[in-house]
Write a protein that binds this ligand. Sequence first.
Ligand SMILES: Nc1ncnc2c1ncn2[C@@H]1O[C@H](COP(=O)(O)OP(=O)(O)OP(=O)(O)O)[C@@H](O)[C@H]1O
Length: 225
Amino acid sequence: MEIVRAAGLKKYYVTDTYEVRALDGVTLCVEEGEFLAVVGTSGSGKTTLLNLLGGLEEPTAGGVWIRRNSLKDMTREERTVFRRRNIGFVFQQFNLVPMLDVYENIVLPLRLDGEEPDETFLEELVTALGIKEKLGQMPQTLSGGQQQRAAIARALVTKPAILLADEPTGSLDSVTGMEVMGLLRTCADRFHQTVILVTHQEAAAQMADRILRMSDGKLSGGEKV
Ligand SMILES: Nc1ncnc2c1ncn2[C@@H]1O[C@H](COP(=O)(O)OP(=O)(O)OP(=O)(O)O)[C@@H](O)[C@H]1O
């Protein structure tokens, strides 16, 4: 079943002195449970694509549908709530809240919605990610790889429709980075989680079911791994 659709997606940054076509007509369908990687060189438009798919930025043209909900038909407030309930984000920087322990960081998206965590699912998640013993610690006492695992748990705790990962291994050494990628793959398989990963690292992209290539704001490819 199709879970994400982008059609004719464009993002132009225009000023008096320049026009950057960061995205230049992207059409994309992602199936439920699919792990898609988008690879491309620096400046090719990968982050822009992810920001538009996640409703963090508005397109110049085209649209995004998640579970058949059109992001552009929502008000800003509706989009914020929709995003919190349906989209998990993992960034290069882990963005954990330093005043909260690992457990409170992970359940934060639920707390913001006034919800309590499903403790059985949470335990499964932190066990799969290997951070069950770290829940009582503060983020700054964790290694980079452990912090990223906590960030992945936080992104998945709401059982989002899609997980959007922007260079999740970018702040990690190559061995730790591949471990984190392996865990993302495990979560995708175990929880039937749809994942869209953008990266410039071919090795990381090889974890995906399908790889698309981005160049000058356009997508090509679609080879199965
Ligand atoms: N706010 C902005 N204003 C002007 N240009 C922008 C803005 N944001 C992005 N761009 C430009 O859009 C293009 C695509 O940027 P984007 O960050 O999506 O690329 P990327 O593939 O993610 O690069 P990287 O791998 O280096 O993160 C670049 O040329 C960038 O300079």
